[in-house]
Design a protein around this ligand. Structure first.
Ligand code: MIC
Ligand code: SF4
Length: 640
């Protein structure tokens, strides 16, 4: 009899190209679908062009424009035009600016149970809400998957998150994942897939599941996944694609590497306090704190059901005049539904601002709060400064909590909120927005790729031989995010296709002198703590430091996607054998790395000027080491 498998193992087994399915062992997966978004997409497609094949080899590839849709100046619209023409040429579906947020749109229109999806955005696991094995990756990894290459990753451990009971009162799906983050922390999911099972699963609708799988990214998890069941069938048929449904679940006796229990009925409204998504607090304990801005949207909480709940709370009321309320629906489909169901009026009449269907304030593209402003945002990240206001205090909450905060002008005890609205469901007939997508011609040979002057050709990095000498150009602490390394916001994100220009902003929010210092040093190393590079998938957080001459990062531990991006661009990720050595190494210390002596998984000594030796190791495979030694992945795969 075949071995009982959990759902993650089943999908992996069906897509396994290389490797053995033992946790930690490198495996290669066949990828059915890819997605990109504008801010990572231009680089991904420049790399795809460099690989040199005529058409994507996936079942489906979609290019969404949702992050920077401001089009201030020529750079941003030029990027969008490049993305549109590239999509036509290579057989990619194009989603124009304003259609919606990539993860919301993908869930509504394309995600399928049992399929593998990789996306150049860390919240790609949202599609796990319909039972896809969906993983965030760097742009180059996505480019390779589009070229038909297997996606390489360490076989994840599978965590069974057993849900019992049902949500009650004002508790929502957002509170489930905030609770899990409080329990496991922002590094609790590294190297793992969170697989949701148990009797509580059936009580959650697909949009609720997608809120949970979306924010599994904040746990550092490789993916999060729900089974495909009656709820999935209902969702897919209401989305007008019943044929995409297949039932999928773990075998009843399947084993898991770890287990977590959550009793849904024990949950209450929660928040993640500034400035980390795992700083879980109870809303009741924030009672009385003034709220300057409430914002509802982002790929976590911008579904029709989220906004319906919001509209029902706001109906017939006016928000507090001292509190701004920003609402960005996740897609035009959500917006059309709100209009059709008469739910837009209550939002408008209450005083909400309706923003474009895009990421917007989530990534600092407008909607920045006032100085020291307290925000109640339904988003997934509250890293310091990410809102565009460095001293803002961002609390991550559910739409219900954000709507209450907007009404009251402050956080209040949920016990005072009255009876919660009935759980929102999608209506039977959902309007289609399929005609807004641009589907590619069957032969793109005649499509001309249009590039603006901001789109700068890729640089060729050189490999190394022998030893690498240099100084620690920057020492940083634990949980450094890619927002610290490569800040976002409208102005800097407009430079995503121009590595020399965007490199001027590396680490500027942490240390404004960093760029001039590393230039003066002629390159060097970064010393970091635990979970270095968590958060976004932006490969610019590896590519731009590499452009500035960073050759190695020496850390206590690394986040998964950033680790892969470092390898992809030829930066050595070295792990301190003795974590206490972090204290003895100072910024400015000169080091020699005997790079040619590095072997997979073997410790070596770094020589510190003055004679000290520091042991470092690595968790690289032989192939990854070879990639770094040859100056990055593109050097090993280019045809052109
Ligand atoms: C984010 O939420 O940080 C982003 C912006 O969506 C990033 C991608 C990017 O930096 O372009 C992500 O999550 O991967
Ligand atoms: Fe967009 Fe925010 Fe989601 Fe990132 S987290 S994809 S910026 S909405």
């Amino acid at each position: 009899m075949a071995k009982a498998r959990n759902l993650t193992q089943k999908i992996i087994a069906q897509h396994l190209v290389t490797g053995k399915m033992n946790p930690g062992n490198e495996i290669g997966l066949r990828i059915d679908q890819t997605l990109t978004q504008d801010a990572t997409g231009t680089m991904a497609y420049l790399q795809f062009e460099a690989i040199g094949i005529p058409r994507v080899r996936t079942e489906l590839s979609v290019s969404y424009v949702d992050h920077n849709t401001l089009q201030t100046g020529f750079r941003n619209p030029d990027d969008h035009r490049y993305l549109r023409t590239i999509a036509g040429k290579y057989g990619i579906v194009f989603s124009p600016a304003g259609t919606g947020i990539c993860h919301q749109l993908h869930l509504e229109n394309f995600a399928k149970p049992g399929k593998t999806l990789i996306g150049s955005d860390s919240h790609t696991p949202t599609a796990g809400g319909v039972g896809s094995l969906a993983i965030g990756a760097g742009g180059l990894s996505v480019a390779l998957a589009m070229a038909g290459e297997a996606y390489m990753l360490p076989m994840p451990k599978v965590v069974r998150v057993n849900l019992t009971g049902a949500l009650t009162g004002w508790a929502s799906a957002k509170d489930v994942i905030l609770h899990l983050l409080g329990l496991l922390t922002v590094k609790g999911g590294v190297g793992k897939v969170m697989e949701f099972t148990g009797p509580g699963v059936a009580t959650l609708t697909v949009p609720e599941r997608a809120t949970i799988t979306n924010m599994g990214a904040e746990l550092g998890a490789t993916a999060s996944i729900f089974p495909s069941d009656g709820q999935t069938k209902k969702f897919l048929s209401r989305m007008g694609r019943p044929e995409d449904f297949v039932a999928m679940a773990a075998d009843p006796k399947a084993a898991y590497d770890e287990e977590v229990e959550i009793d849904l009925s024990s949950l209450e409204p929660l928040a993640a306090a500034p400035h980390m998504p795992d700083r879980m607090v109870r809303i009741k304990d924030l009672d009385g704190m003034q709220v300057d801005q409430a914002a509802i949207g982002s790929c976590t909480n911008s579904s029709y059901t989220d906004l319906k709940a919001t509209a029902e709370i706001l109906k017939g009321k006016r928000i507090n005049p001292a509190t701004d309320l920003l609402i960005a629906p996740g897609s035009k489909q959500v917006l059309k539904l709100l209009t059709a169901e008469g739910l837009l009026d209550p939002l408008l009449d209450a005083g909400a601002r309706i923003l474009e269907c895009a990421c917007g304030p989530c990534i600092g593209i407008g909607g920045s709060p006032v100085s020291k402003g307290v925000c109640a945002r339904t988003f997934n990240r509250n890293f310091e400064g990410r809102s565009g206001t460095q001293d803002a205090q961002v609390y991550l909450v559910s739409p219900q909590t954000a709507a209450q905060a907007a009404l009251n002008g402050k956080f209040t005890d949920p016990a005072t909120w009255g009876t919660p609205p009935k759980k929102a469901e999608l209506p039977k007939r959902v309007p289609s927005i399929r005609q807004i997508f641009v589907f590619p011609p069957t032969d793109g040979a005649d499509v001309e790729i249009l590039r603006g002057p901001n789109i700068v050709a890729l640089e060729r990095f050189t490999g190394f031989n022998g030893k690498i000498e240099g100084a620690i150009a920057l020492k940083v602490g634990d949980n450094i995010t890619t927002d610290h390394i490569m800040p976002a916001g409208a102005a800097i994100m407009a430079l995503r296709s121009n590595i020399p220009a965007i490199s001027e902003h590396v680490f500027t929010k942490v240390d404004p002198e960093f760029v001039s210092r590393i230039r003066a040093l002629g390159g060097g190393f970064i010393l970091g703590g635990e979970n270095y590079g968590q958060g976004s998938s932006r490969e610019h957080a590896a590519l731009a430091p590499r452009h500035l001459g960073v050759r190695a990062v020496i850390v206590k531990s690394l986040a998964r996607i950033h680790r892969a991006n470092l390898v992809n661009f030829g930066i050595l990720p070295l792990l301190l054998v003795n974590k206490d050595d972090y204290e003895t190494l100072a910024q400015g210390a000169r080091l020699t790395i005997p790079a040619s002596d590095i072997k997979p998984g073997k410790p070596i000594d770094l020589l510190v000027e003055g004679g000290a030796k520091i042991a470092v190791t690595n968790d690289l495979t032989a192939k990854e080491l070879e990639i770094i030694q040859s100056g990055g992945l593109l050097n090993t795969v280019r045809l052109s």
